[in-house]
Design a binder for this molecule. Structure first.
Ligand code: 5GP
Length: 181
């Protein structure tokens, strides 16, 4: 099964996905490539950090299941090797989510929303992004939200992290039960 976790920036996707992977050993997280600079607070393995030439070469080689340009940088998910016995999780923005759904209509899209714009802004600022980047991400979120809601199999509001993770694990477990082996 393919599980796509999407939602606007600052909604807590990264934290949620880390908790999902920790709790459910059947989940395997796809590691994305990006041309964005690494944030000082960010672990070196949170992305494969590459330059534009390397990213564009991989596009030309057909090596991404999806890729997009997001606020001036490339982001993409390498075409995964099949991991037998595992469900692949992609943590990506909505344009990529749309591409994965098109290529794999049976992929399940969980779209996460913040409890409020104010809380989302607080989380984005807490991450240490400069003010102009925070504003750009909030503006982008207004475009992403209606598209994500429309595409989503489930919309989850991330108010309390533990509850959000528990709700998503339940959704994933129920979907496994419906998947024909
Ligand atoms: P950030 O710069 O905050 O790490 O990520 C910016 C946005 O790009 C987030 O919404 C994140 O989920 C998304 N993203 C991360 N990796 C990928 C990817 O491989 N493909 C796509 N389409 N989006 C990604």
């Amino acid at each position: 099964m393919i599980v796509v976790v999407s939602g606007p920036g600052g909604v807590g996707k990264g934290t949620i996905v880390a908790a999902l992977i920790e709790s459910d050993p059947q989940l395997w997280l796809s590691r994305s490539w990006t041309t964005r600079e690494r944030r000082p607070s960010e672990p070196a393995d949170s992305y494969v950090f590459v330059d534009t030439a390397a990213f564009e070469k991989r596009i030309a080689d057909g090596g991404f299941i999806e890729w997009t340009e997001f606020l001036g940088n490339y982001y993409g998910s390498p075409t995964p090797e099949p991991h037998s016995g595992h469900d692949t999780v992609f943590e990506i923005e909505v344009d990529g989510a749309q591409q994965v759904k098109q290529a794999h209509p049976d992929a399940m899209l969980l779209f996460i929303l913040p409890p409020s714009r104010a809380e989302q802004e607080r989380r984005l600022r807490g991450r240490g992004d400069p003010g102009d980047k925070v504003m750009a991400r909030l503006k982008k979120a207004e475009v992403e939200e209606p598209i994500g809601r429309q595409l989503a199999d489930h919309v989850v509001v991330n108010d309390q992290l533990d509850e959000t993770v528990a709700e998503m694990l339940e959704i994933i477990t129920a979907a496994r039960g419906r998947t024909v082996k």
